[in-house]
Design a protein around this ligand. Structure first.
Ligand code: SAH
Ligand code: F3S
Length: 479
């Protein structure tokens, strides 16, 4: 996202308002909530609508079309979007020709409800229907409501070159898979983004090369579950077994894809998100170790440290299997940073389960973490079959304990860099001072240091002298 990092991703409710100054037609105001995938989807939509003469604006008041890319992951994310829609509608009272559309996961989840009950929007478009936007926009321009929420078996937008919105010119996203087949019982994503399918590796490699030629220095390969990537000529992942012998024997998996990208753009930093423990192979770890340009950082959500809870969440691995994966990461990529997602207070969670989460955290000592109280989502297997029985105060207390422990571990990890010299890719000014640069090391730790003659996009050596729990502080070293 703004800078394509998971840390920013999780700041719920913080929207990215994006602008693309090229073109001179109708004006599109597009705003994204939720995950990195949504930000990349907004870039795809901006590209599709650029073909219809739309250029983007950051001024809501002058927009002909307002699109909000929405997130359904927790109830709070949906509430934030509803509030925003009310604000758009207030502006629409002053500018009645303005049209308002919702896209993304809430569009898919609520479908016609937006048009029928809420009357807050003119257009509803789900994550697989963005190619239909030119038609949908014509319909609303003719004064009709428009909706397309059909989920697809093939759509990957592989041939659409995203319009890079609000970019720092250094980091960019490349989507490699869409949808998710994992059916974690708490999660709404399989319902809003449909079945899993992978994008043609050739189009991924070409996009990476093009970005390098445009001056980008870092790409993040995106998917709900990147380790599940599998290209065998197109179609759903679950139909792989039905494919021809030749298609199956020449298939490209995630390790293969990463190698292709690492070789095609050997100086580009490569990141990826998100990894699901059950699908992460040793091949992926060996590929990461083999190529210097693949960043040594894995976002590896676990949600809970209790095998009993993992089972109820349908996570397909035990606590011990996860620990074994952590051991393998430490063995194969000793300097690898690891981050987590945790859910506090899932259905039936006991104090003992919670203690298992804390002790797993002690075992891993995660570099970063993104932690949430369980929020029941309508239509999910958990909502249908399980009772949301952990009282809110208990969820909050457990969450606070998890966050506190994570802060301790974050500090522990950051301190490991003090006294060392690390390579930093400069992304821009430090938030606190324009006399300092901000960038990240391969482990995704943020560093700041005083400016010299460097520029954004430079890779520099920085000696780390101090740290907070979130930031490394240093000075540039010239070799
Ligand atoms: N594979 C995805 C996961 C998407 S959801 C990815 O790319 O990150 C991101 C995180 O939100 C999950 O890992 C989980 O920790 C959290 N989450 C999902 N559903 C949730 C729910 N119902 N309540 C609370 N947190 C949830
Ligand atoms: Fe959700 Fe689990 Fe997929 S968390 S996105 S169903 S891997």
């Amino acid at each position: 996202m703004a800078s394509e990092h998971i840390i920013e991703e999780k700041k719920q409710g913080q929207a990215l308002i994006t602008e693309n100054l090229e073109g001179n037609g109708k004006k599109l105001f597009i705003e994204s909530y939720g995950c990195q995938m949504n930000l990349n989807d907004s870039e795809i939509v901006a590209s599709i609508l650029a073909g219809e003469g739309f250029n983007t604006t950051t001024l809501l008041e002058e927009a002909d079309l307002v699109l909000v890319n929405t997130c359904s992951i927790r109830e709070k994310a949906e509430q934030t979007v509803r509030k925003r829609l009310q604000q758009y509608n207030r502006v629409k009272k002053i500018n009645p020709s303005m049209k308002i559309g919702v896209m993304g996961c809430m569009a898919e989840r609520l479908k016609t409800k937006f048009l029928e009950e809420e009357k807050m929007v003119d257009l509803v478009v789900g994550p697989d229907a963005y190619r239909d936007l030119p038609n949908l926009v014509k319909e609303i321009e003719d004064g009709k409501d428009a909706i397309n929420v059909i989920l697809s078996k093939e759509e990957t937008y592989g041939d659409v070159t995203p319009v890079r919105l609000n970019s720092n010119g250094v980091s960019a996203f490349i989507s490699i898979t869409r949808g998710c087949d994992n059916m974690c019982t708490f999660c709404v994503v399989p319902f809003t983004r449909g079945r899993e399918r992978s994008r043609d590796p050739k189009s991924i490699v070409n996009e990476a090369i093009q970005l390098w030629e445009e001056g980008y220095k870092e790409i993040t390969l995106l998917g709900q579950n990147v380790d599940s990537y599998l290209w065998y000529g197109g179609g759903l992942k679950k139909d792989f077994e039905k494919a021809s012998e030749i298609a199956r024997s020449t298939a490209v998996d995630f390790a293969g894809l990463m190698e292709m990208v690492a070789l095609a753009v050997p100086k580009m930093r490569i990141r990826f998100a998100t990894s699901n423990p059950q699908d992460m192979s040793l091949d992926v770890l060996h590929t990461m170790a083999k190529y210097d340009n693949i960043c040594k950082y894995i976002h590896l959500p676990v949600q809970t440290g209790s095998t009993r809870m993992l089972e109820r969440m349908n996570r397909q691995h035990t606590r011990e299997e996860y620990m074994e994966l952590i051991d393998n990461i430490r063995r194969i990529i000793p300097d690898c940073a690891i981050s987590q997602d945790m859910i506090a207070g899932f259905c039936g969670e006991t104090e003992e389960d919670h203690q298992d989460t804390l002790s797993l955290m002690e075992y891993v000592k995660y570099d970063f973490g993104f932690m949430f109280a369980y929020s029941e989502r309508p239509g999910t297997p958990a909502a249908k079959r399980m009772e949301d029985d952990v009282p809110l105060e208990v969820k909050k207390r457990r969450l606070a304990e998890i966050i506190q422990l994570q802060q301790k571990h974050g500090m522990y990890r950051m301190k490991q860099f003090v006294g060392k010299t690390v390579e930093i890719l400069i992304e821009g000014n430090s938030k606190k001072s324009d006399q300092h640069w901000m960038g990240r090391n391969t482990q995704n730790a943020v560093a700041v240091f005083p400016k010299g003659d460097e520029k954004v996009g430079d890779l520099v050596q920085v000696k780390i002298e101090d740290c907070t729990s979130a930031t490394l502080i240093g000075t540039r070293i010239r070799k």
